[in-house]
Ligand binder design. Structure first.
Ligand SMILES: [Zn+2]
Length: 114
């Protein structure tokens, strides 16, 4: 068995994953940092998407060209909720703002009244 942090051979019990506490702490800190960074990046994308939807949808409903959203940096991969209604239409929500992809590269933006 080799230490997950430094790769040294571990002497002793076979269930040990680290050669010492320093290696264990270093490894765990790195893992936490990675997930913190990941969450921060995702949160930033959601926040940016939300801001774009809010700016584009001032009257409760708006039909917008997808290219315009792309131009503003909207990332279609990030949303908080997917809702599929009985009629088959599919909305992706970012908190209370949602959108549906329409034909001919248009997007319908709506706002869910809570
Ligand atoms: Zn080690």
């Amino acid at each position: 068995m080799e230490c997950l942090e430094c790769g040294e051979k571990i002497i002793g019990r076979s269930d040990k994953k680290f050669c010492n506490d320093a290696c264990r702490n270093a490894y765990n800190n790195k893992q936490n940092k990675d997930s913190t960074n990941l969450m921060r990046n995702v949160n930033n994308k959601l926040r940016k998407n939300y801001r774009i939807l809010m700016e584009l949808n001032t009257d409760g409903k708006a039909k917008i060209a997808k290219s315009r959203m792309d131009g503003l940096g909207f990332d279609f991969d990030y949303f908080t909720q997917l809702k599929v209604y009985k009629n088959g239409s599919e909305y992706r929500f970012i908190y209370d703002y949602g959108y549906k992809l329409l034909e001919e590269d248009f997007v319908l933006i709506v706002r869910n009244q809570a």
